[in-house]
Design a protein around this ligand. Structure first.
Ligand code: SF4
Length: 302
């Protein structure tokens, strides 16, 4: 069993991980009021993302559908885990689309908790959300960051891709050696790769695929490059790499603070492997400046 370091021995947060508090003259408080008023969840709040002041201050956020309780318990994740009490809210797609429209989003990112309790693992609710967004915000691009749809992967992929989201994102999260330890027995490194490859094969339009890696969980830098190589071998277009932040004493112990120079090195390695876009930095998250990630990859493809 992994031992938690006593507080005094834990590596201190370095300067480059410091973030600013929300500023009163940014859009942060408007976004917050809108999202809370519509009773929507965001991964920004549920995962205690360090970028919330910046992203909400810019008027963006990442919606989390299918409730606030996840049926998995990944060791790095702060989202509440347990048995969800409610079926999907049929009006959530509409409220989300109206909110995205009010926010004036040009690129809408939608993720969710894992719902292994649902027969379709939540794929139908993703599809309904994309449909509602396309109806109300036809000019916006849509990115879905999905779970692995355990046991009904192919069918769920078909359901989601039939609605033609511009970006299909599924995070591999960590390197092969640590995958089971961090994500539990239900998740699989190879299934994550398969989902990304299969999404491209099934889409009858040029879908962009994307994945993210968290560093600071005990991996080596070479293993990070190996993971990027696996993603490229499965035709993934965009990769994000960011620092793990231990959300509580119960979660996986942070192994190291990865230096900004190492993040730069990851970016160079990723670019050499042929990704359309590599966002690599201490505070980078899968949905961080997702619009810019997409534009960078599109620009490179032209
Ligand atoms: S990086 Fe993503 S999860 Fe974090 S605040 Fe920004 S949009 Fe939300």
């Amino acid at each position: 069993m992994e031992r938690s370091l006593p507080v005094a021995e834990r590596p201190r947060r370095p300067e480059w991980m410091k973030v600013r508090a929300p500023s009163a003259n940014s859009r942060y408080f408007d976004v917050r009021a809108l999202i809370h008023g519509q009773q929507l969840n965001t991964i920004c709040e549920e995962a205690r993302c360090p970028n919330i002041a910046e992203c909400w201050g810019r008027g963006t956020a990442t919606f989390q559908i299918l409730g606030d309780t996840c049926t998995r318990a990944c060791r790095y994740c702060y989202v509440t885990s347990g048995r969800p009490e409610h079926p999907p809210d049929p009006l959530e797609p509409l409220r989300l689309a109206q909110t995205a429209k009010q926010m004036g989003l040009k690129h809408v990112v939608v993720t969710s908790v894992d719902r292994d309790d649902l027969a379709d693992r939540g794929a139908g609710h993703y599809a309904a959300t994309i449909r509602a967004l396309k109806q109300r915000l036809p000019e916006a691009s849509i990115e879905v960051l999905t779970p692995d749809f355990l046991g009904c992967e192919e069918e769920a992929l078909r359901t989601v891709l039939a609605e033609r989201p511009e970006v299909f994102n599924h995070n591999i999260e960590t390197v092969r050696r640590l995958h089971r330890q961090m994500r539990g027995a239900k998740a699989s490194y190879d299934t994550a790769l398969w989902l990304l490859r299969r999404a491209k094969e099934l889409a009858d339009y040029p879908v962009m695929t994307k994945s993210g890696i968290i560093v600071g969980l005990g991996e080596t830098n070479d293993e990070v490059v190996e993971t990027m190589r696996d993603l490229r071998a499965n035709d993934v277009d965009v990769v994000t790499i960011g620092q793990y932040l231990q959300p509580s004493a119960k979660h996986a112990t942070i192994d190291r603070w990865v230096h900004p120079d190492e993040f730069r090195w990851f970016r160079e390695q990723g670019e050499a492997l042929g990704f359309g876009s590599v966002f690599s930095g201490p505070l980078v998250r899968s949905s961080y400046r997702a619009d810019e990630q997409r534009h960078a990859a599109r620009a490179k493809a032209l």
